[in-house]
Design a protein around this ligand. Structure first.
Ligand code: AHR
Length: 513
């Protein structure tokens, strides 16, 4: 009897320690959807120490190794992520930026007061050439965010001509005078930013009309330059914004409509970046997972006006937003990055992969020293955050064929609320390897998942995992490698069944061959 009780006890304990989730991976004979690499895009605004001190330390800097003023360590790190595109110069800053102030001899450039972010005076030493040459160095596509609110149609049309026109024209001649013969051929153009807020507090009807005017003069009749024009999109669940834009902007003038959504607990009480409690973690994850509903509902509106799926949903700002680090400039949005951020990144990227039929581009906010950064710098020191590691682990999905993965998840419960603990996405790369990325957001409990595979046979599985002892752990300048991906031994293949044991708050990427 005693023995029986002991066996029951062990069984109960192991059941509660490892909840059982199930899933199905379907490998269609003719898969038809590619996960655009542009979902893994980044964002570099003139904000705090993102550009100055982050990307750019100046040509004359002898302490920090650089190429034309751009930090070499940053370039190497971002290349590891294979960053597909980089949005610049804002954000809110974009609608205050006059690009002509950032070209020509650096000592003759006028200054600009960064009114939105800390009120600091910038010397415009990082301008169009610096940014576009840096993109070449990074092997990434530039995404220029144009000034609609304080600029003019002429100013933006001139910018396009300056960077893209190969023949003779006033702007391309000016470019040559400034030392660049060949155009950069920039494809991605944003027209204004958050036009409902810092970009002019416009009504959607007014913005849609303005957009039509700007979009007309950026391109020729047939948009023969192949520009990808992105309209300033909705703030989270402002579905009316998307509705008005989709209804009022002719489809020959728009290639993408944006959406911004931050995982913020409460705009007036954002909570600390590292000393958060489990309730705050739960709320952050609830906001992050809300991305799925947002995409579904904005997509439904887009489907109504664009059934041919020509216009992309571009989530060009997403990520966690907390209180700034104590003692730092509140306008600089400098925050640390913990395992909570890794969980936001893992779950959000799974959502983007799974909705890649409409989501063709996205930009994490932001790359360096701002919000959910992948890189933090302190003078000559540089560290990679847990978010960096997730983006590096997930880069296997870039331009890979999407495979449908359905997960029936156990719940992660805090108080009276619950969220699905496990999420995932899958793809097959051009060499035939299948990758499955899985997240377990449960702060305490490991999750077992059993995945049934249909349509393909695999011989072996390998993987990597990102986790830590505590959710609040982070990489610091003293301990830069406290959190980094490790090899993962918790996955077993038996015939067409894949069993995975996901540790609490972990991100796992598996490779099946
Ligand atoms: O990413 C920081 C800011 O957040 C951007 O400038 C703005 O577009 C958004 O409100």
């Amino acid at each position: 009897m005693k023995k029986l009780l002991a066996v029951c006890l062990v069984l109960c304990c192991s059941l509660s320690a490892f909840a059982q989730n199930t899933g199905d991976l379907n490998v269609p004979a003719k898969p038809d959807r590619v996960i655009s690499r542009h979902i893994y895009g980044h964002f570099a605004e003139h904000l705090g120490r993102s550009i100055y001190g982050g990307f750019y330390v100046g040509e004359g800097n002898t302490k920090i190794p650089n190429t034309n003023g751009v930090r070499n360590d940053v370039v190497e790190a971002l290349k590891r992520l294979k960053i597909p595109n980089l949005r610049w110069p804002g954000g809110c800053f974009a609608d205050t930026y006059h690009w002509k102030h950032g070209i020509g001899p650096k000592d003759q450039r006028p200054t600009i007061v960064n009114a939105w972010w800390g009120g600091v005076t910038e010397d415009n030493s990082f301008g169009t050439h610096d940014f576009l040459n840096m993109c070449e160095l990074l092997g990434t596509e530039p995404y220029l965010a144009g000034n609609m609110a304080t600029g003019t149609v002429q100013e933006l049309a001139d910018w396009v001509q300056y960077v893209n026109f190969a023949g003779k024209s006033p702007m391309s001649d000016l470019r040559r005078e400034n030392g660049r013969e060949k155009p950069w051929n920039v494809k991605y153009w944003g027209i204004g930013n958050e036009a409902w807020g810092c970009g002019g507090n416009m009504a959607p009807e007014y913005y849609a009309n303005e957009y039509r005017k700007y979009a007309t003069f950026l391109a020729d009749w047939n948009n023969s330059g192949g520009l990808f024009r992105i309209a300033s999109g909705a703030n989270s669940e402002d579905y009316n914004w998307t509705e008005v834009l989709m209804k009022n902007i002719p489809k020959n003038l728009i290639e993408g409509v944006a959406l911004h959504h931050y995982s913020v607990i409460d705009w007036s009480a954002k909570g600390p970046s590292t000393t958060f409690n489990e309730q705050q973690y739960f709320t952050t994850m609830k906001r992050a997972l809300f991305m799925e509903e947002l995409i579904q509902k904005h997509t439904a509106i887009m489907d109504k006006y664009d059934p041919e799926n020509k216009v992309a949903l571009v989530v060009d700002e997403w990520g966690g937003w907390y209180e700034v680090e104590p003692g730092t400039n509140p306008g600089f949005l400098y925050q640390q990055n913990t395992m909570r951020d890794a969980m936001i990144a893992g779950t959000t990227l799974n959502i983007f992969n799974n909705y890649s039929n409409r989501v063709k581009m996205a930009n994490l906010a932001q790359s360096i020293n701002v919000l959910q950064a992948v890189i933090l710098t302190d003078e000559e020191k540089m560290i990679l955050t847990p978010t960096f590691h997730v983006m590096e682990m997930y880069n296997v999905h870039q331009d890979a064929t999407w495979l449908p993965l359905t997960i029936r998840s156990e719940s992660y419960v805090v108080g009276n609320e619950k969220l699905p603990a496990v999420s995932g996405s899958a793809s097959r790369d051009k060499n035939g390897a299948t990758h499955i990325s899985l997240t377990n957001i449960d702060a305490k409990q490991a999750q077992d998942i059993s995945i049934n595979i249909e349509g393909a046979k695999y011989k072996n599985v390998t993987g990597r995992v990102l986790t830590s002892k505590k959710l609040q752990d982070y990489n610091s300048f003293d301990k830069p490698n406290a959190i980094k991906p490790e090899s993962f031994k918790g996955a077993k293949l038996k015939g067409n069944n894949l069993m995975v044991k996901l540790p609490p708050f972990s991100v796992v990427v598996l490779e099946l061959k």
